[in-house]
Ligand binder design. Sequence first.
Ligand code: FE2
Length: 208
Amino acid sequence: MTFKLTELPYDRDALEPHISARTLDYHYGKHHNDYVDKLNENAAGTRYEEMSLEDAIRTSFRKNDKSVYNNASQAWNHTFLWESMKPGGDGRPAGTVSDMINEQFGGLDTFRKQFKESAVAQFGSGWTWLIADEDTLAIVSTSNADSPLTTDTTPLLTLDVWEHAYYLDYQNSREKYVDAFLEHLINWDFVQANLDALDARSQLRASR
Ligand code: FE2
Protein backbone atom coordinates (compact mmCIF):
# COMPACT_ATOMS: atom_id res chain seq x y z
CA MET A 1 0.00 0.00 0.00
CA THR A 2 1.78 3.11 -1.24
CA PHE A 3 -0.80 5.72 -0.41
CA LYS A 4 -2.21 5.68 3.13
CA LEU A 5 -5.52 6.81 4.57
CA THR A 6 -4.66 9.83 6.74
CA GLU A 7 -5.81 9.84 10.36
CA LEU A 8 -8.98 11.74 11.16
CA PRO A 9 -7.73 14.64 13.36
CA TYR A 10 -10.55 14.15 15.92
CA ASP A 11 -12.93 11.45 17.16
CA ARG A 12 -15.77 10.47 14.84
CA ASP A 13 -18.37 11.98 17.20
CA ALA A 14 -16.39 15.20 17.75
CA LEU A 15 -18.31 17.31 15.23
CA GLU A 16 -21.74 16.46 16.66
CA PRO A 17 -24.43 17.76 16.59
CA HIS A 18 -23.48 19.41 13.29
CA ILE A 19 -21.99 16.31 11.63
CA SER A 20 -22.87 12.96 13.18
CA ALA A 21 -20.57 10.07 14.00
CA ARG A 22 -22.66 8.00 11.58
CA THR A 23 -21.83 10.41 8.75
CA LEU A 24 -18.12 10.27 9.60
CA ASP A 25 -18.27 6.47 9.82
CA TYR A 26 -19.41 6.43 6.19
CA HIS A 27 -17.69 9.53 4.89
CA TYR A 28 -14.26 8.86 6.39
CA GLY A 29 -14.45 5.13 7.07
CA LYS A 30 -15.97 4.11 3.71
CA HIS A 31 -15.80 6.88 1.09
CA HIS A 32 -12.39 8.36 1.92
CA ASN A 33 -10.98 4.89 2.57
CA ASP A 34 -12.31 3.65 -0.81
CA TYR A 35 -10.66 6.50 -2.72
CA VAL A 36 -7.31 5.56 -1.16
CA ASP A 37 -7.85 1.83 -1.90
CA LYS A 38 -8.83 2.52 -5.52
CA LEU A 39 -5.88 4.87 -5.96
CA ASN A 40 -3.55 2.09 -4.78
CA GLU A 41 -5.19 -0.39 -7.18
CA ASN A 42 -4.86 2.00 -10.13
CA ALA A 43 -1.32 3.11 -9.27
CA ALA A 44 0.00 -0.44 -8.73
CA GLY A 45 2.94 -1.19 -11.01
CA THR A 46 3.06 2.35 -12.44
CA ARG A 47 5.38 5.30 -11.81
CA TYR A 48 2.61 6.91 -9.72
CA GLU A 49 3.65 4.58 -6.91
CA GLU A 50 6.91 6.53 -6.55
CA MET A 51 5.22 9.93 -6.33
CA SER A 52 3.87 12.04 -3.52
CA LEU A 53 0.09 12.32 -3.54
CA GLU A 54 0.30 15.93 -4.79
CA ASP A 55 2.64 14.97 -7.66
CA ALA A 56 0.38 12.04 -8.59
CA ILE A 57 -2.58 14.45 -8.79
CA ARG A 58 -0.78 17.01 -10.97
CA THR A 59 0.82 14.41 -13.25
CA SER A 60 -2.34 12.33 -13.77
CA PHE A 61 -4.28 15.56 -14.45
CA ARG A 62 -1.76 16.60 -17.11
CA LYS A 63 -1.73 13.15 -18.70
CA ASN A 64 -5.49 12.71 -18.41
CA ASP A 65 -5.10 9.44 -16.44
CA LYS A 66 -8.59 9.75 -15.08
CA SER A 67 -8.78 6.74 -12.77
CA VAL A 68 -5.60 7.77 -10.93
CA TYR A 69 -6.48 11.47 -10.99
CA ASN A 70 -10.02 11.12 -9.63
CA ASN A 71 -9.06 8.85 -6.74
CA ALA A 72 -5.83 10.71 -5.89
CA SER A 73 -7.59 14.06 -5.91
CA GLN A 74 -10.48 12.76 -3.81
CA ALA A 75 -8.00 11.24 -1.31
CA TRP A 76 -6.24 14.62 -0.98
CA ASN A 77 -9.45 16.68 -0.92
CA HIS A 78 -10.87 14.65 1.96
CA THR A 79 -7.72 15.02 4.08
CA PHE A 80 -7.93 18.77 3.44
CA LEU A 81 -11.61 18.72 4.40
CA TRP A 82 -11.01 17.05 7.78
CA GLU A 83 -8.40 19.70 8.58
CA SER A 84 -10.77 22.47 7.48
CA MET A 85 -13.11 21.64 10.38
CA LYS A 86 -12.68 21.41 14.13
CA PRO A 87 -14.92 20.61 17.08
CA GLY A 88 -16.24 23.73 18.79
CA GLY A 89 -15.18 26.09 16.03
CA ASP A 90 -17.17 29.25 16.60
CA GLY A 91 -16.81 30.36 13.01
CA ARG A 92 -14.81 33.50 13.75
CA PRO A 93 -11.36 34.06 12.26
CA ALA A 94 -8.59 35.92 14.08
CA GLY A 95 -5.25 37.49 13.17
CA THR A 96 -4.30 38.23 9.58
CA VAL A 97 -7.05 35.96 8.23
CA SER A 98 -9.62 38.15 9.95
CA ASP A 99 -8.01 41.29 8.49
CA MET A 100 -7.97 39.80 4.99
CA ILE A 101 -11.59 38.62 5.23
CA ASN A 102 -12.60 42.14 6.31
CA GLU A 103 -10.53 43.86 3.62
CA GLN A 104 -11.43 41.59 0.72
CA PHE A 105 -14.99 40.54 1.48
CA GLY A 106 -16.11 43.53 3.57
CA GLY A 107 -16.58 41.37 6.67
CA LEU A 108 -17.38 37.87 7.88
CA ASP A 109 -21.09 38.09 7.00
CA THR A 110 -20.35 38.84 3.35
CA PHE A 111 -17.76 36.06 3.24
CA ARG A 112 -20.32 33.60 4.63
CA LYS A 113 -22.98 34.78 2.17
CA GLN A 114 -20.68 34.41 -0.85
CA PHE A 115 -19.31 31.02 0.31
CA LYS A 116 -22.85 29.73 0.84
CA GLU A 117 -24.04 30.99 -2.55
CA SER A 118 -21.15 29.26 -4.29
CA ALA A 119 -21.65 25.98 -2.36
CA VAL A 120 -25.40 25.87 -2.92
CA ALA A 121 -25.09 26.83 -6.60
CA GLN A 122 -22.56 24.05 -7.36
CA PHE A 123 -24.58 21.69 -9.56
CA GLY A 124 -24.14 18.04 -8.62
CA SER A 125 -21.06 16.82 -6.77
CA GLY A 126 -18.08 19.00 -5.98
CA TRP A 127 -16.19 21.19 -3.54
CA THR A 128 -16.28 24.83 -2.45
CA TRP A 129 -12.95 26.47 -1.61
CA LEU A 130 -11.43 29.58 -0.16
CA ILE A 131 -8.26 30.10 -2.19
CA ALA A 132 -5.40 32.57 -2.32
CA ASP A 133 -4.48 33.84 -5.77
CA GLU A 134 -1.23 35.64 -4.94
CA ASP A 135 -2.42 38.30 -2.43
CA THR A 136 -6.09 37.98 -3.27
CA LEU A 137 -8.59 35.71 -1.56
CA ALA A 138 -11.39 34.18 -3.62
CA ILE A 139 -14.20 31.65 -3.28
CA VAL A 140 -14.49 29.04 -6.02
CA SER A 141 -16.36 25.77 -6.49
CA THR A 142 -15.04 22.79 -8.43
CA SER A 143 -16.82 19.75 -9.90
CA ASN A 144 -16.46 16.14 -8.84
CA ALA A 145 -12.82 15.47 -7.82
CA ASP A 146 -11.30 18.73 -9.06
CA SER A 147 -9.31 20.98 -6.73
CA PRO A 148 -7.18 24.14 -6.94
CA LEU A 149 -4.05 21.95 -6.83
CA THR A 150 -4.06 21.77 -10.64
CA THR A 151 -4.11 25.59 -10.90
CA ASP A 152 -1.69 28.32 -9.81
CA THR A 153 -3.82 29.15 -6.77
CA THR A 154 -3.44 27.93 -3.18
CA PRO A 155 -6.28 26.23 -1.31
CA LEU A 156 -6.90 27.58 2.21
CA LEU A 157 -10.20 25.94 3.21
CA THR A 158 -12.68 23.52 1.68
CA LEU A 159 -16.17 22.13 2.06
CA ASP A 160 -17.28 18.86 0.45
CA VAL A 161 -20.66 19.37 -1.24
CA TRP A 162 -21.05 15.80 -2.50
CA GLU A 163 -24.37 14.48 -1.21
CA HIS A 164 -22.57 11.74 0.77
CA ALA A 165 -21.18 14.52 3.00
CA TYR A 166 -24.56 15.64 4.35
CA TYR A 167 -27.42 13.35 3.34
CA LEU A 168 -27.60 11.33 6.59
CA ASP A 169 -27.73 14.51 8.72
CA TYR A 170 -29.50 17.03 6.50
CA GLN A 171 -31.10 14.87 3.75
CA ASN A 172 -31.35 17.06 0.66
CA SER A 173 -30.75 20.38 2.44
CA ARG A 174 -27.25 21.31 1.37
CA GLU A 175 -28.09 24.80 2.62
CA LYS A 176 -28.44 23.72 6.28
CA TYR A 177 -25.19 21.75 6.07
CA VAL A 178 -23.33 24.75 4.64
CA ASP A 179 -24.74 26.97 7.41
CA ALA A 180 -23.53 24.53 10.08
CA PHE A 181 -20.06 24.50 8.53
CA LEU A 182 -19.87 28.30 8.30
CA GLU A 183 -21.21 28.96 11.80
CA HIS A 184 -19.82 26.08 13.87
CA LEU A 185 -17.09 24.07 12.20
CA ILE A 186 -14.51 26.12 10.28
CA ASN A 187 -10.97 25.64 11.55
CA TRP A 188 -9.63 29.17 11.03
CA ASP A 189 -6.27 28.15 12.55
CA PHE A 190 -5.84 25.84 9.55
CA VAL A 191 -6.65 28.70 7.15
CA GLN A 192 -4.08 30.87 8.96
CA ALA A 193 -1.45 28.11 8.79
CA ASN A 194 -2.02 27.72 5.03
CA LEU A 195 -1.67 31.48 4.55
CA ASP A 196 1.52 31.54 6.66
CA ALA A 197 2.99 28.69 4.56
CA LEU A 198 2.13 30.60 1.38
CA ASP A 199 3.82 33.76 2.77
CA ALA A 200 6.92 31.76 3.69
CA ARG A 201 7.12 30.31 0.14
CA SER A 202 6.68 33.77 -1.42
CA GLN A 203 9.41 35.26 0.77
CA LEU A 204 11.74 32.40 -0.11
CA ARG A 205 11.14 32.99 -3.84
CA ALA A 206 11.66 36.76 -3.41
CA SER A 207 14.97 36.22 -1.62
CA ARG A 208 16.43 34.11 -4.43
FE1 FE2 B 1 -16.72 13.33 0.43
